[in-house]
Design a binder for this molecule. Sequence first.
Ligand SMILES: [Zn+2]
Ligand SMILES: [Zn+2]
Length: 466
Amino acid sequence: MKKRLRMTHSRSALLRHFFLPAFCWFFLAFSSCFAQSSASTSLPVIHSDHGPNSAAAQRAHYVVLASLDGFRWDYAHRDQAQHLLELGHDGVWAPQGMLPSYPSLTFPNHLSIITGLYPEHHGIVGNSFRDEQRQALGKSAIYSIRDASAVTDGSWYSGIPLWSLAEAQGMRTACLFWPGSEAEIAGERPSEYLKFDDHIDESRRISQVAAWLREPASQRPHFITLYFSDADHAGHAYGPDAPETHAAIHHLDTMIGLLRDTLLATKLPIDLIVVSDHGMAKTQGPWITLSDFADLTGFETDGPLLYAKSEADRQRVYDQLKHASDKFVAYRLRDVPAALHFNTNARAGDPVVIPTGPYAIRARRPANNKPGIDMANLPPAAGSHGYDPRRMPEMKASFFAAGPDIFQGKTVAPFENVNLYPWIAHILDLKLPRTAPPSDGKLNILSGSLRDRGSMGDSMTMEHKH
Ligand SMILES: [Zn+2]
Ligand SMILES: [Zn+2]
């Protein structure tokens, strides 16, 4: 299957989105007004040169997977988000939340949801991190969501995203943003995707989904992702309990209502799944800087991650950090508790520092390289995430879903987000990869919510390639 791609990439939007939430929130509010005045302009969709849906794929149902970044598990109930609660009432939801994978950060968890793998297995262990082994291969050792060349480089990612799983089996897919969707992963790309641009108004994103679903059956994507950032921006800038965050929740709920009406109007058999990547906590105290407790000479660092060149340095800094503060626990990489699934990938660094509360931890003070801004003494954001969801319930994420494949009126106890992968694959009649391990998630965690109870029907084989 030959594919021709039209691609140009810049990641300035991601930079604003994930690193300067306060600025972005204001900008988004302004740009929304602007965008509505030019609503007739179609979005810059990138088309992969894929064939039509296979006959088997055309018989499958549809899944729209929407992510509300940073939408904490209790926001919908707390703020009486009526459309989300209605979605849960009409199908299944997790009243006590869904467990993000560790670390509860945006890129690691979007990849866990879409690959069914813990971050140490899909390889995106942070929003930025290092991989010293790549340097020996002549590749860049630094992954950062600010760097377009890293984000679009498929060699950073392991596992098979749902869109790649579907495309390999002859089913067309579309991504209106999802971390990883701009890279070729497992030999595939979505049939349709866009370069990340968070300035695109939410209602226009929904209109694009509607346009995809109006395409003829041979072209229409059966798996579509959507992404909305507002709750994360507001939570970082103002904290999870601020009026601005309540307003963002209300706005997103209105968008979910619009999305649901839009999908119902197509009369297609669509299961709508709304999730978030993690929650949000009110940040406590000032920055904690690890170099105040340990001599990091000889270490490369990235955020709180520590990369040494020698075993002696690793052990020395571990010894200096292990009893240094009650705000964090230091582990040698191999000794990170098994429940975190974060003890086998060298990209996590060594030693590994796990915060014990909602503290902002960094290895070193940033350089004061911006004129007029005292970078080293900027306080942390009002809200933060990334912490252990079992220790800090504020990290738990949201899960709501309804549609023709899902029972009405089910609830599920907190479950790990890697279990979404086999569940969505089952709804789409996709065969899971035979290579071990196929997934860190299990179908039986959520199969009770399915009308067929997860039983194996006439699922497609890998031969159905378009
Ligand atoms: Zn996020
Ligand atoms: Zn965030």
